[in-house]
Design a protein around this ligand. Structure first.
Ligand SMILES: [Zn+2]
Length: 301
């Protein structure tokens, strides 16, 4: 049973919103690409884990803290006898392993995923101990991408290569499991300790006045849209969306990017750029949000 479904991490969502409204720096762009790729890999594993029939709990994307140290878990699967700690890597292409280190085929060393996993295992063990749980941890490093090759791979039972993935899931499903109240308590503890946002987040700087206004196309992200009747139509790819859903997407985005700002008809009209009728914006805001009047101003929550 999936007790904590995965949602897009804060930073990925932020980049999703910002990248069509401003030019991201080279580093931010690289970071964005890696985050997207990592998230796709995690979703791929979720699809496999969803097929598990055995009695177990799955928790995805946990951000925890123990002894003042933050750590993130891609997936934790709780069975009767163990916590499976899964670190998922969506690496692609040819890599090789030599003297305990990982390299791309171009001899570029990459940060050692086994060390990352070991660190997380230690921290999770401390977390469990601090909260009075004594389930053993089984750590696994999962290379999810079928296009990934690791030459000279070590014979290491914690590493699961793409060709071993189905067998790994089958083995997990055969793991004897009967969950009880302790497992439930553990899951509740993990979910309540989950932090929504990392304290060490390196997020790009952005300012309202520097962001391009408009409604990003759902299909191609272009801000070049026209309003036709009750639809917005992308001038680049022709994709059509109901104006209500397009405006509400922009409201959601506005609230995410500027959480301390008030949502007003004028503000949203400017943010959406393309909707000329103030009445249309007002009607949509009134339909989906609650209007609050403060003096001369009406804003929406
Ligand atoms: Zn488009």
């Amino acid at each position: 049973m999936n007790r904590k479904p995965r949602t897009e991490p804060y930073l990925l969502l932020l980049f999703n919103y910002l990248h069509c409204r401003m030019n991201l720096s080279k580093i931010d762009n690289l970071n964005y690409t890696n985050l997207k790729k990592g998230y796709e890999g995690e979703l791929q594993l979720d699809r496999l884990a969803d097929k598990l029939q055995s009695e177990l709990f799955t928790l995805n994307d946990l951000l925890l803290e123990t002894n003042n140290t933050e750590f993130q878990i891609d997936s934790a699967i709780i069975t009767q006898t163990a916590v499976f700690l899964l670190e998922i890597k969506n690496y692609e292409g040819e890599h090789y392993y030599e003297s305990g280190r990982f390299y791309t085929i171009n001899k570029q060393e990459i940060s050692n995923p086994i060390h990352q996993l070991n660190r997380k295992e230690t921290l999770l063990r401390q977390f469990l101990k601090n909260h009075g749980f004594h389930l053993p941890i089984e750590p696994y490093l999962i290379f999810i991408n079928p296009e990934f090759t690791l030459f000279q791979a070590p014979i290491n039972k914690t590493i699961i290569l793409p060709t071993q993935l189905n067998r790994f899931i089958e083995k997990l499903d055969k793991h004897p499991s009967k969950l009880n109240g302790m497992h439930n308590k553990l899951v509740d503890q993990l979910i309540s300790a989950h932090k929504k946002k990392s304290s060490f987040l390196k997020q790009p700087n952005y300012e309202y006045k520097h962001l391009q206004k408009g409604i990003p196309c759902l299909r191609c992200n272009s801000l070049l849209q026209s309003v036709r009747g009750n639809k917005v139509v992308c001038n680049d790819c022709g994709f059509e969306e109901k104006i209500e859903s397009a405006v509400m997407r922009c409201v959601e985005e506005f609230m995410f990017l500027f959480p301390d700002w008030k949502v007003t008809t004028n503000g949203i009209q400017e943010w959406c750029g393309v909707v000329e009728s103030k009445k249309t914006i007002q009607r949509i805001l009134n339909k989906y949000l609650r209007a609050t009047v403060q003096g001369r101003w009406t804003f929406y929550v």
